[in-house]
Design a protein around this ligand. Structure first.
Ligand code: ADP
Ligand code: 5GP
Length: 206
């Protein structure tokens, strides 16, 4: 018998790809999960809340966290720091939860290097760059200058899609949500190497 263990689901994709919309849609259908709330130095957007969307901190606080080794991974994105705090992730994993990250391509690589055997990664994208622009325009949370920066970033990020286990093209929201739900459910079946080795050792019981 292999005991239940915590696993990781990494979601990446351009800002405006639909990551939040998709997560909200499947939240009730994927069992017990912990959504990792990142820490960032970027200013809070309208409609965002401290501790819900991010932990918003100053550059000084962030660099102190780096020095104290408090991050599982961190990166600079769009000129701001973003990081995943280690402590709550460790706790959720020890409770056997599905831990979900919304992090960029650099973060995915770092998580793959540290927790590869329990990680499933998904790159989420709208069908085209023009559709991404349309959605960012409609979302109305960013200035045209910020949107231009996000589109430029998106053309760079899409080049790294092959670093992911799955790609979800978010054209029809319901279809994309169903694909993501299936990936999330399957992600739970990942078994860490040490548990597999233990199982193999115990298997020869003659
Ligand atoms: P992200 O979390 O990746 O930044 P959001 O979930 O905020 O993206 O989605 C960006 C915008 O696109 C939102 O206004 C959302 O309502 C819209 N959106 C998301 N998915 C779709 C879709 N399949 N079709 C049309 N609009 C969508
Ligand atoms: P936004 O400013 O639109 O919320 O996020 C910008 C980018 O930062 C997105 O690609 C998002 O996935 C990424 N991001 C958010 N949190 C983290 C994190 O903790 N680590 C890393 N590496 N990227 C993050």
């Amino acid at each position: 018998m292999i005991e239940k263990n915590g696993v990781v689901l990494v979601l990446s994709g351009p800002s405006g790809a639909g990551k939040s919309s998709l997560i909200n849609k499947i939240a009730d259908d994927i069992g017990d999960y912990y959504f990792s709330i990142s820490t960032t130095t970027r200013p809070m957007r309208e409609g965002e809340e401290e501790g819900v969307h991010y932990h918003f901190v100053s550059k000084e606080e962030f660099t102190a966290d780096i020095e104290n080794d408090n991050f599982l991974e961190y990166a600079t994105v769009h000129g701001n720091y973003y990081g995943t705090s280690l402590k709550p992730v460790r706790k959720a994993l020890s409770e056997g939860k599905l831990v979900i990250f919304d992090i960029d391509v650099q973060g995915n690589m770092a998580i793959k290097n540290r927790l590869g055997d329990i990680t499933t990664s998904v790159f989420i994208t709208p069908p085209t760059l023009s559709e991404l622009k349309r959605r960012l325009d409609n979302r109305s949370t960013d200035t045209q200058e910020v949107i231009a920066g996000r589109l430029k970033m998106a053309t760079r990020e899409i080049q790294r899609t092959s670093e992911y286990d799955f790609i979800v093209v978010n054209d029809d929201l319901d279809v994309a949500a169903e694909v993501l739900r299936q990936v999330a459910v399957t992600a739970r079946l990942k078994i860490p190497h040490d548990k597999i080795n233990e199982f193999v050792q115990n298997w020869e019981d003659l």
